[in-house]
Design a protein around this ligand. Structure first.
Ligand code: TZP
Ligand code: MG
Length: 205
């Protein structure tokens, strides 16, 4: 699957530990096209052990596998890509050290988006589209800001932050390649059903 298509329904772990792997499988069954291992508050060892299982599952389901923040974990897990924010290793360094790794940049403004593209990012995670309790400190880009990002860059864009079944349709109308979600899928009582229903809104293979 090409990168743009793989960004359509991008599901991110809430905790990134082994207990969450069952829900990752359900998200893949429901049609997630990418999975990101985001593990802010577990040890690198725990994230690695969860990541090994997620790597295997994503291969089984033909989805891409990304690691948030940490290039060391991305390499150790043979991930398809890494998602780098302002506090992580610089984009151009990651591209130099591991040329085959897809590098996504987390951007919170049009300026950051333009800069990340210039530095060689392969795609952008742009947000927060809406304010979200999952990351309350994230700057809010809004639908207008998102539309502007899409207009100004030529690399693929996935939208993130506060995306639900109710608003995913208008998010897609901004021209983004897809939506990235944590709580709408990973915290749903029925993960597979929540994924399928979101897929019905955003479309794609
Ligand atoms: N980056 C910007 S907003 C956000 C991240 C990681 C959190 C997204 O979580 P949710 O639950 O889908 O709003
Ligand atoms: Mg990050």
């Amino acid at each position: 699957m090409g990168l743009r298509k793989a960004l359509r329904l991008y599901v991110i772990t809430a905790r990134g530990d082994r207990e969450e792997v069952r829900r990752v499988r359900e998200a893949l069954e429901g049609g997630a096209t990418s999975i990101q291992l985001r593990a802010k508050s577990v040890t690198a060892r725990e994230a690695y052990l969860a990541g090994r299982q997620i790597r295997k599952l994503t291969r089984e389901y033909g989805a891409l596998f990304f690691v948030d923040d940490r290039i060391d974990l991305a390499i150790a897990l043979d991930a398809d890509g890494v998602q780098l924010g302002p506090g992580d290793i610089p984009i151009e360094v990651a591209k130099n050290v591991v040329p085959n790794l897809i590098v996504g940049a987390s951007v919170y403004s049009v300026d950051e988006a333009l800069k990340a593209e210039e530095l060689g990012a392969d795609y952008l995670g742009a947000g927060a589209v809406f304010s979200t309790p999952t990351k309350p400190e994230a700057r809010v880009l809004g639908l207008g800001g998102l539309r502007e990002v899409v207009k100004r860059v030529s690399i693929p864009v996935v939208a993130i932050g506060g995306i639900t079944h109710e608003n995913a349709g208008e998010v897609m109308k901004t021209g983004v390649d897809g939506v990235a979600v944590i709580s709408t899928v990973m915290c749903a009582p029925d993960v597979k059903k929540a994924t399928q229903e979101l897929k019905n809104v955003v479309g794609g293979v």
